[in-house]
Write a protein that binds this ligand. Structure first.
Ligand SMILES: [Zn+2]
Length: 120
């Protein structure tokens, strides 16, 4: 098992990314769950379920948030995502999750056109 996938390492990365997001945005941002996923098409990624993160945060701090997600994903996947996106709540205001994904070509195109996603 790659060291980044050890449960103790996942716990550490979750805590660190939560703390870094809160510092970056100057407010408490919760990362309630860090999920590592693999899909039938070959896409893999790391997803962070967030609280108190809104669309505007991602619009303003997109590049910085991307750095944080990239660093977390690299530690876990030992690879660099090629797509980053925030999933919006039906309100279109709250961000439900932030994901870094090493996406296959087909998914990459779909993700960039998805209505409930904000790619950054
Ligand atoms: Zn895919």
């Amino acid at each position: 098992m790659p060291p980044g996938l050890r449960p103790s390492s996942l716990v550490k990365v979750r805590k660190q990314v939560e703390s870094n997001l809160s510092s970056l945005l100057g407010k408490p941002v919760g990362v309630l769950q860090l999920t590592v996923f693999a899909m039938p098409c070959g896409c893999v990624g790391v997803s962070l379920e967030t609280r108190n993160l809104v669309k505007e945060d991602v619009e303003v701090f997109g590049p910085k948030i991307k750095e944080l997600v990239r660093s977390a994903a690299r530690r876990i996947l030992e690879d660099k995502p090629n797509v980053y996106y925030a999933r919006l709540a039906p309100s279109g205001y709250d961000v439900v999750s932030v994901t870094g994904r090493v996406a296959c070509d087909e998914c990459r195109e779909e993700l960039e056109d998805a209505a409930d996603l904000l790619t950054f």
